[in-house]
Design a binder for this molecule. Structure first.
Ligand code: ATP
Length: 708
């Protein structure tokens, strides 16, 4: 190793100093020299060599890196070796030095100072004077110290190897060796045990031996210190890396921590949300549990009910099976019964119509109306009702009585003034039944004006007559016939014959209406052209139609009636029945005729009208008589009325004629006239009956022979 000792040329003869150089002066000089070398200010002192690792990088940087420092230290440490090499050993002169004088001179205080300066210039850090005895590692770390990179974080040094804090560079006064001690060593030999530990030795400048030993000691101390520092350096060298790693780890951990914190916040929020959800779900769950309990309860009830119902169902099934078996049997029986019923109904129809036939195709009912309250002053004839079919009329006027005499009339039925509408209709109803069986029925009321024809046929609102009751009966019968498989359709037309002209009572239009024959008809069926035909839905509907027809009918005041019907009103109901199963159809019709009242020309104010009425009534009489007498020619076409009633009067029709008479004396002549006409009709029909009656009264045995 190269010696750092100054060259001998630089060694000057030491001059006796005016002022003794103290160790403190040397330290001050070192400091100032160091500052001058490093360019620091004069006031700046070299930081003490401490084991505080925080300022180590600064120091390293200031002195050009760790390697230089180490080298410097090494050089410093090696200096005693050089000195040793140059030092004179006892008995062996220094070969490297020319002489001891020079050596002494080079070992002067100023030379040492110069040497130290050289060392400093070489970059070695100034080391403080090593006390003989120094305090070992009082603290492991200096508070507040640390590198800039680490920040304020203290770095703890393992206590195993405590770092001694270098005390201040200057030797405290208390540690300075007393002059006595220095004096003790002034003889050139160190006095063992005489130097107080930590006290600086005072060695005379010329006592090179003492100084040599002193330096040796220093060298030892420095060597030991260097070893320690080297060890510490070795340890410290790894610290920045560790520090950097730790910092990186720390940064990483910080970022992780940040992330973790963020995650934690997120998780906390989620936890909060989930907590809320859980609360909601918990409350829902509670409600659901309640509902479930209720449902369980309901379920239990239903289950119990179901069980009981199941038992019932089983019973019912059993019963149903029995009933189905019975039903099957009954269905078979029903089919048989239906067939029987159908046949029975057909038989009944036949029998009914046979009875009707036996009663005669034209039946005559006589009805005597009562006097009205307003007619109490009018004289009433003497009426005697012998039985339900015989009436006797007697004039209370003596002249008339003598002239006409006692009048007894026989009819199919006689209704006295007290007979009500229901009783009258009961006698009419069987004939209506024939219409449902496919027959043509004609019911008309004949009589003097004011005799009660309209009352009998239409009635009044609170006491309806034959036509409304017929409708009610028809709809009732249709309902019953529906059970037997028959479906009926009911159509209605309303017309009036006034002065031999046809008028549609359901329409106010002026239109041409004619009675025409149905083409290719065997039965001489007729129809009226341009007439309004309504399909009747129910009885109420028909009443509405009747009311409309009544409003359109021609009426006028007559001597016998304030609101006399001056026309013939014909209400035609057509019944079309169909049996789908049997594929049978039957068509029947009912002509309900309210004739205009016959009037004496003497009392009539409208002669043409009266003539037409009387003529048509006369023609009706002729037709009926011709039919009864079975004449070859029936004069149907002599009047519109007979022409219209042709299908109903002839053929398979059944005719019912009401003879209405007023009870008054002033109507006596007209009443007798009407009764005679009706009686003649009845007598014609009853000619056989009369004979039969006769046979019946004489002998039952003759009855059968008569029928033959
Ligand atoms: N059986 C009866 N019971 C009570 N009142 C009756 C009866 N018959 C007829 N009347 C009343 O006698 C009056 C005349 O009767 P209605 O108008 O029916 O006679 P009509 O024969 O139709 O007369 P016309 O031919 O002039 O029209 C009416 O007020 C009617 O209410």
């Amino acid at each position: 190793m190269e010696s750092r000792l100054p060259k001998p040329s630089a060694i000057k003869r030491p001059m006796p100093p005016n002022k003794p150089i103290l160790p403190t002066d040397r330290i001050k000089a070192n400091s100032s020299t160091f500052n001058a070398t490093t360019g620091g200010s004069s006031n700046q002192t070299l930081p003490p060599l401490t084991r505080n690792l925080q300022n180590l990088p600064q120091v390293l940087a200031r002195h050009g890196g760790k390697c230089e420092l180490r080298q410097s230290i090494q050089n410093t440490v090696d200096f005693p070796n050089a000195a040793r090499a140059a030092s004179p050993e006892p008995g062996k002169p220094f070969s490297n030095f020319p002489n001891r004088t020079k050596l002494r001179r080079s070992r002067s205080a100023s030379d040492v100072t110069e040497m130290r300066l050289n060392l400093k210039r070489a970059g070695a850090p100034t080391l403080s004077t090593i006390p003989t005895k120094f305090t070992r590692n009082v603290t492991a770390a200096v508070p507040g110290a640390g590198s800039g990179r680490i920040g304020a974080r203290p770095v703890s040094i393992p206590s195993k190897r405590p770092v001694a804090v270098a005390p201040v560079p200057t030797v405290p006064a208390s540690t300075r060796a007393p002059r006595a001690a220095v004096a003790a060593t002034s003889k050139g030999k160190p006095v063992a045990g005489t130097t107080a530990p930590g006290a600086a030795k005072h060695i005379a400048k010329y006592d090179f031996k003492a100084r040599f030993y002193d330096l040796l000691e220093k060298h030892k101390a420095l060597r030991a210190k260097m070893d320690k520092q080297l060890e510490e350096m070795a340890e410290l060298e790894g610290l920045p890396m560790q520090l950097e790693e730790t910092q990186n780890k720390l940064i990483e951990i910080e970022s992780k921590l940040k992330n973790t914190m963020t995650d934690k916040e997120c998780l906390q929020r989620q936890v909060k949300q989930h907590t809320n959800k859980i609360e909601t779900i918990t409350s829902s769950l509670g409600r659901a549990k309640d509902e479930l309990n209720q449902l369980k309860h309901t379920h239990q009830n239903i289950k119990t009910e179901h069980e009981s119902l199941s038992v019932e169902v089983l019973e019912l099934r059993e019963r149903t099976e029995n009933l189905m078996r019975n039903n099957k049997q009954l269905a078979t029986d029903l089919a048989v019964c239906r067939e029987q019923l159908f046949q029975s109904n057909m038989d009944r129809k036949d029998l009914h119509n046979t009875v009707m036939d036996l009663r005669g195709n034209i039946r005559v009912f006589c009805r005597v109306r009562p006097p009205l309250d307003v007619e109490q002053s009018r004289m009433v004839c003497s009426w005697t009702y012998h039985d339900e079919a015989t009436v006797e009329l007697q004039s209370i006027d003596g002249q008339a009585k003598n002239k006409i005499g006692q009048q007894v009339f026989n009819f199919d039925q006689v209704f006295h003034p007290n007979t009500n509408q229901r009783e009258v209709f009961e006698m009419v109803a069987p004939l209506i039944q024939s219409a449902l069986d496919g027959y043509n029925i004609c019911i008309f009321a004949y009589g003097q004006t004011g005799s009660g024809k309209t009352y009998t046929m239409d009635g009044v609102s609170d006491n309806v007559g034959v036509i409304p009751r017929t409708v009610d009966l028809l709809f009732d019968s249709i309902k019953n016939y529906r059970n037997l498989g028959w479906e009926y359709e009911l159509k209605a037309t309303f017309l009036e014959i006034y002065n031999e002209v046809l008028y549609d009572l359901l329409s106010n239009e002026q239109k041409e209406m004619e009675i025409r024959m149905v083409k290719n008809s065997v039965k001489n069926d007729i129809y009226v052209s341009n007439i309004t035909e309504e399909t009747v839905r129910d009885p109420e509907h028909l009443r509405e139609l009747m009311h409309l027809a009544k409003m359109n009918r021609a009426t006028a005041a007559t001597a016998g009636n304030e609101r006399s019907s001056r026309s013939h009103a014909v209400t035609k109901l057509e019944l079309i029945g169909h049996h789908a199963e049997k594929q049978e159809t039957c068509v029947g019709s009912i002509n309900l005729v309210d004739l205009a009242g016959s009037e004496s020309p003497k009392t009539s104010t409208r002669m043409t009208e009266t003539k037409n009425i009387n003529r048509s009534l006369s023609e009706l009489t002729n037709v009926i008589l011709a039919l009864l007498q079975k004449q070859d020619h029936i004069p149907y076409r002599n009047s519109k009325l007979t022409h219209l009633l042709m299908p109903s009067l002839g053929g398979n029709s059944k005719t019912l004629m009401f003879i209405n008479v007023a009870p008054f004396q002033d109507c006596f002549q007209e009443s007798v006239k009407s009764l005679r006409f009706a009686a003649s009709v009845n007598s014609c029909k009853l000619a056989k009956a009369k004979r039969n009656r006769y046979l019946n009264s004489s002998s039952i045995a003759n009855n059968s022979s008569c029928e033959k």
